[in-house]
Structure formats: structure tokens, C-alpha cells
Write a protein that binds this ligand. Structure first.
Ligand SMILES: *[C@@H]1O[C@H](CO)[C@@H](O)[C@H](O)[C@H]1NC(C)=O
Ligand SMILES: *[C@@H]1O[C@H](CO)[C@@H](O)[C@H](O)[C@H]1NC(C)=O
Ligand SMILES: *[C@@H]1O[C@H](CO)[C@@H](O)[C@H](O)[C@H]1NC(C)=O
Ligand SMILES: *[C@@H]1O[C@H](CO)[C@@H](O)[C@H](O)[C@H]1NC(C)=O
Ligand SMILES: *[C@@H]1O[C@H](CO)[C@@H](O)[C@H](O)[C@H]1NC(C)=O
Length: 447
């Protein structure tokens, strides 16, 4: 059951090192499956550390808080994030789909609409009275009630066709998606209402997402899980009920701040809760804009990755300090790193053989955060692989060629799963100095 740490060597896609995000731009989709296939699911080495540093310092260091998430100056030309994420949900009809140019963006007050145009993800929307059917893992859409309480002639308005969707953002990765439960959506006949009486009535729509997939890995928890969920429902301003597949205590405990940042309501454990839940609408599946990406032009309210950062900062802000302590001013000052100024930089150490992968995961996101990205590529003599392979082995001599020859399996097993890096501090120091000089806008000191 539930999400577990993915096996580092199994279930990785095949393919070369080129990294593409396969975001598909919201329409059609680049055929990149097999190129950016599952490599990321065990960035235990440094990238996860980096990710954790940026997004969740608490995972790393409960005793020495490193506050990456402190207040951040709004960048020029953009207002600070509005708390009211969306429009049109105050008094107006419920707007479920916040995505520009989605076929579902203009759906009416009653109906089922699925957007399957994206390369990475399918999302379905149900507007109207929705009830769960636990036995078949279905969401049923009931026809609107006439003022008299009689059923309208709704047969004509909603197609009989049943929609099925697996709510995860890697739909091109078949073997993985097979493990994501399939949720069914269909229109119900009025006469089915008696068999599906509401046990729990919610006054907010449901978002169906999963705590499964690769969620056991931090990078994926954010990239495939929380960022997409945020993209999908941030405009609802927490007026949404998370109905979670593969729900488990680890997920709920580890990410409780994010869960309550997304929703004001209790989470529903969709596979184990056998009650009939009723909602004024439902969203099944989540949006995806690319690796750790938010494309402002694709959200109706021009959201950016900085807004997501602010969402995280809000969730993780430390308000556990008792008021007296704050007044005394005797607290040791917490270190505050980065992310304040637009000159901030993020330095990633890429182990031997994975510089493209490392860059593909974080470079774009770093730019979207208006920070400078710098990468330190470990050389063979810094890798523990020098003790495993003869010096002239292609694995050490030419990792790119080795990868081209032996594919993703080599990357997964050897470069990602099988090496440690000991930094050459001299060379690393040069990198740091270069970064520092650039940050100060000074000429780089020559050797
Ligand atoms: C609702 O009731 C009104 C008056 O009682 C009646 O005229 C109307 O036809 C009813 N509508 C339906 C859908 O039964
Ligand atoms: C709706 O469809 C069902 C099954 O096809 C039929 O029995 C029922 O009479 C229809 N209701 C109306 C109001 O047309
Ligand atoms: C989003 O950005 C576009 C282009 O910059 C602008 O035309 C539009 O008014 C913006 N929309 C909102 C809701 O701010
Ligand atoms: C390790 O390799 C790098 C790049 O090939 C080289 O610049 C560096 O001098 C080497 N360091 C040692 C200690 O051999
Ligand atoms: C990497 O370092 C850890 C901690 O020292 C060690 O347990 C592990 O076996 C090392 N792995 C390799 C491939 O050297």
C-alpha cells in the first residue's frame, strides 16, 4: 500500500541523458518519453538535497534552521502575492478549471469535461452535484434539481460515456501509471440517487490526487505532487477538499503544512473511506507545466514559480516561537540564506555522469525564481567510481559515451545509485569564488 521509497534500480525508463521536460505545452506533446523518463526518482545524492534545501529546510536540519524561506522581496514589476488566489469564486459560479485555453475552462454549471491534451497529465472536471461511489471508485454526477425538487430532464445534457482517469502527472510512463488507481467519472441517472445518499456533505469541490507514484522521493513529492496540485487548485483559495488515493500516514505527516496550505478541509482517504461523500464539483487529476515549472501564461491569474515559493514559505513559516521569546530578542539569529535578492544563486554539485540530468532538473526552475544557476560537475577523480573501474574504462573516461551505449540503466545503477563524491576543494573553491565575484558584480579574479 501507499507510497514507498522507489527502488533505485528498478522501473527506470530507458533513454539517453538529454533532459526535456515533456511539458507538452498544453497541447499535443513532444515525444520525449524515453528521453526524460523516470531518472529523477532517486536523486538521493545531491539534487534531492538541493531540492530539500530550497523547498523544505525542515527535512534536513531540525536543529539548525536554515531559513531559505524567509521573506522575499517582491521583484520589480510584480505585486506581492495576493492571498485571494482566484477570481470568480466569490458569489459567482464555481470556477473549477483555472487553465488558459483548456477545453474545460468554459464548462457550464453542470457537466463532465476532461482535458487529455497534455503530454504529462489528464485532468477531468465535474460541475454539479457529485457523489462518490466507493465500491467502484467512481464519482457520479447527478442532474440538477428543479426548484420543485423534481429531477430535471437531464438525460440529454450529460453524455452517458464514462470517463476514466489516473490522477498523476507522468502519464507517458506506463508501468508507473499502472499502479495509480483509476478513478471513474460518469453521469448518474436520477433514479440512482436513492442508492447514493450523502453520508457527508461538503461545501467545497473535491480534488482527487494521489500520494502514490514516486511521492516517497522528495523531488517527486514536489514535482509530481504538490506543485501540480497547487497549480490546479490555488485559485480556489483552500476551498477544496483533497480526496487522496494511496493515502498514508507518512505522507500526511510529512507534508501536513502543504496539505493544510492547499485545503481548509480534512483529507479524505479515498480508498478506505466507504462513505458517500457529496461535493458541489470535483477535479480529478492535476495540471503540470514542466519540471518544477509554473508557466504564468497558462494560468488565468498569471501565477509564477515565485508564487509557489511563497505558498511554500507560508506553509513552512515558523510561528512556533512563543511571543515572549520574540520580545526578548535574545534568540540567536537564525541564518538566512539566499532567495532574497535577484542576485542570489543556487549551486548544484553534479556527480560524474549526470550533469545533464542535474541541470535539467533545476536550471529552469532556478531561473524562474530569478536566481542564478551554477553547476559544479564532479570530475572522475572526485568520484568513488575511480575505485571501482579501471582508469581507462569508458565509465570514467567518457560518461556521455558510456551512457549513449548502455542507456538509462547505467545512469541509474552506476552514476546515480552507485557513487559518492569527494570534492576537490581547490577546484570547488574556484567555483565558489567565481559565484561570489559574479554576485558582487566584480570581475572574476584570475588564477
Ligand atoms: C414546479 O412547480 C411549478 C408550480 O408548482 C410548476 O409550474 C412547474 O411545472 C414545476 N416544475 C417541474 C420541473 O416540475
Ligand atoms: C432518462 O434515461 C433513463 C434511462 O435511459 C430513462 O429511463 C428515463 O426515463 C429518462 N428520463 C427522462 C426524464 O427522460
Ligand atoms: C497576465 O499577463 C498578461 C500579459 O502580461 C496580461 O495581459 C494579463 O492582463 C495578466 N492577467 C492578470 C490576471 O493579471
Ligand atoms: C582531477 O581532475 C581534474 C579534471 O580532469 C583536474 O583538473 C584536477 O587537477 C585533478 N585533480 C587531481 C588531484 O588529480
Ligand atoms: C557512499 O558513502 C556512504 C556513507 O559513507 C556509504 O555507506 C556508501 O557505501 C558509499 N557508497 C559508495 C558507492 O561508495
Amino acid at each position: 500500500m501507499a507510497s514507498k521509497l522507489p527502488d533505485a534500480t528498478k522501473g527506470l525508463g530507458a533513454g539517453g541523458m538529454d533532459v526535456e521536460d515533456g511539458s507538452g505545452g498544453g497541447g499535443g506533446g513532444k515525444k520525449v518519453a524515453g528521453r526524460w523518463p523516470g531518472f529523477v526518482h532517486f536523486f538521493f545524492v545531491l539534487t534531492v538535497v538541493t531540492c530539500a534545501l530550497v523547498y523544505a529546510p525542515r527535512f534536513l536540519s531540525p536543529t539548525v534552521p536554515v531559513d531559505f524561506l524567509g521573506p522575499r522581496q517582491p521583484s520589480s514589476g510584480r505585486l506581492p502575492v495576493r492571498v485571494d488566489g482566484g477570481r470568480g469564486n466569490e458569489g459567482d459560479a464555481l470556477v473549477l478549471d483555472n487553465q488558459v485555453n483548456s477545453p474545460c475552462a468554459s464548462m457550464g454549471a453542470h457537466g463532465i469535461c476532461c482535458d487529455r491534451s497534455d503530454f504529462n497529465t489528464d485532468v477531468c472536471f465535474m460541475a454539479g452535484e457529485v457523489r462518490t461511489d466507493a465500491a467502484s471508485l467512481s464519482f457520479l454526477l447527478f442532474p440538477p434539481q428543479a426548484p420543485n425538487g423534481t429531477a430535471n430532464d437531464a438525460n440529454a445534457t450529460v453524455a452517458e460515456k464514462e470517463e476514466r482517469v489516473r490522477p498523476y502527472t507522468r502519464k507517458w510512463e506506463k508501468h508507473l501509471m499502472a499502479n495509480i488507481q483509476e478513478v471513474r467519472l460518469r453521469a448518474a441517472r436520477p433514479d440512482e440517487a436513492d442508492a447514493h445518499r450523502c453520508d457527508v456533505r461538503h461545501d467545497a469541490p473535491a480534488l482527487v490526487m494521489t500520494a502514490g507514484g514516486y511521492t516517497g522521493n522528495l523531488f517527486h513529492a514536489f514535482n509530481d505532487g504538490f506543485l501540480p496540485a497547487w497549480l490546479t487548485v490555488q485559485h480556489l483559495r483552500r476551498r477544496v477538499v483533497l480526496a487522496v488515493l494511496a493515502y498514508n500516514p507518512w505522507w500526511a505527516g510529512t507534508f501536513r503544512e502543504l496539505v493544510s496550505g492547499l485545503s481548509d478541509h480534512h483529507v479524505i482517504d479515498l480508498l478506505h473511506d466507504k462513505r458517500t461523500h457529496c461535493f458541489p464539483g470535483a477535479i480529478v487529476g492535476t495540471r503540470f507545466h514542466g519540471i518544477l515549472a509554473v508557466e504564468p501564461a497558462r494560468t488565468k491569474d498569471n501565477r509564477t514559480l515565485v508564487d509557489f515559493h511563497d505558498f511554500l514559505a507560508g506553509g513552512y513559516k515558523d510561528d512556533s516561537t512563543p511571543p515572549e521569546a520574540t520580545q526578548q530578542q535574545q534568540q540567536p539569529r537564525r541564518p538566512r540564506l539566499g532567495l532574497y535578492s535577484r542576485r542570489a544563486a543556487l549551486l548544484q554539485i553534479a556527480p560524474l555522469g549526470v550533469p545533464h540530468v542535474a541541470r535539467g532538473c533545476y536550471e529552469k526552475a532556478t531561473a524562474m525564481m530569478e536566481m542564478q544557476y551554477e553547476q559544479y560537475d564532479a570530475a572522475a577523480n572526485e568520484s568513488s567510481l575511480v575505485r571501482k573501474y579501471p582508469a581507462d574504462d569508458v565509465v570514467l573516461r567518457d560518461p556521455e559515451a558510456a551512457t549513449r551505449e548502455r542507456g538509462w540503466d547505467l545512469t541509474a545503477r552506476v552514476y546515480l545509485g552507485g557513487q559518492n563524491v569527494s570534492l576537490d576543494l581547490g577546484r570547488f573553491g574556484d567555483t565558489l569564488r567565481r559565484l561570489h565575484s559574479r554576485a558582487l558584480r566584480l570581475p572574476v579574479a584570475g588564477p
